[in-house]
Ligand binder design. Structure first.
Ligand code: GLP
Length: 265
């Protein structure tokens, strides 16, 4: 995996935008339908703002792109402002000109969430592979909503959130932990590994331990994000604070400073 250690969150946003734009353009040039894997949460927001700027000012086109979300809360009615499908429309896809019909997410409002999980996995496999999957990381190392203990081979399914994740996410629900659903639908770790390129972004000291465990710790279900170690094309983009627990930081900086001209992300 490539670890890109950068001074500021804004620098991280630019590199993630580069990686996403590069993969989308390469896939569009290949002629096929392009599937973009999107994450919600605060980590990718600067990257999304940068993609929006390029779309507005530089004509970066997302025509022909379909988007698939990583995860969704169970039990929020369709159209709830904090459902991830609404969040991603608000933060990114509407302004990119993507029709809501090509922005897919697991149906958290379905009467049968177990069936909704199976259905989402099927739809994703039929449309995929995902050209590039944007990822954040939870403070406990979760990926999507795959909490510690999740099978490294898991597929899209229903999961129960840890109380830590519910507390972390209460800020999106007016600080009310009780308003944060207990159950979620999430792509499994095995599903996520099916994307052609994984780009994980993390900023701030609160993510330092999780990033270090994911990148330099053992491959273990106890740190779901360590599954990136199994992927042949994974890019981890972190600012100095989120990278402060990395033992090989000097080496990552050295590698970054000596990239070949055409190496890309
Ligand atoms: C959330 C999401 C994840 C996200 C993570 C980190 O609960 N389900 O997809 O990556 O937690 O969130 P943030 O980027 O806001 O720190």
């Amino acid at each position: 995996m490539e670890v890109v250690l950068l001074p500021t969150p804004e620098d991280c946003g630019r590199v993630v935008a580069d990686a996403v734009a590069g993969s989308v353009l390469a896939a569009l040039a290949g002629g096929g339908p392009v599937v973009l894997g999107l994450a919600t949460g605060s980590s990718p927001l600067l990257a999304y703002r940068e993609l929006l700027r390029r779309h507005r000012e530089e004509g970066l086109s997302f025509t022909g792109v379909q988007a698939f979300l990583l995860d969704e809360y169970v039990g929020l009615p369709a159209g709830h402002p904090e459902s991830y499908r609404e969040v991603i429309r608000r933060e990114l896809t509407d302004a990119l000109g993507l029709d809501p019909a090509v922005v897919h997410g697991p149906d958290g409002s379905a009467a049968d969430p177990l069936a909704a999980a199976r259905d989402y996995e099927r739809r994703l496999l039929a449309a995929g592979p995902v050209a590039v999957q944007v990822l954040g990381i939870g403070a406990n190392g979760h990926l999507g909503f795959n909490e510690p203990g999740s099978s490294l081979a898991s597929r899209t399914r229903v999961k129960t959130l840890t109380e830590q994740t519910r507390r972390d996410n209460a800020r999106f629900f007016g600080g009310d932990v009780d308003a944060v659903p207990r159950h979620v639908l999430t792509q499994g770790l095995g599903t996520i590994l099916g994307a052609e390129h994984l780009v994980l972004v993390a900023t701030g000291e609160g993510k330092a331990a999780a990033v270090a465990a994911a990148v330099e710790g053992p491959l273990t279900a106890s740190c779901p994000a360590s599954v990136l170690q199994l992927h042949p094309h994974a890019t981890v983009v972190v600012d100095e604070a989120a990278g402060s627990g990395l033992a090989r930081a000097a080496h990552y900086r050295y590698v970054l400073g000596h990239k070949l001209a055409d190496q890309g992300w």
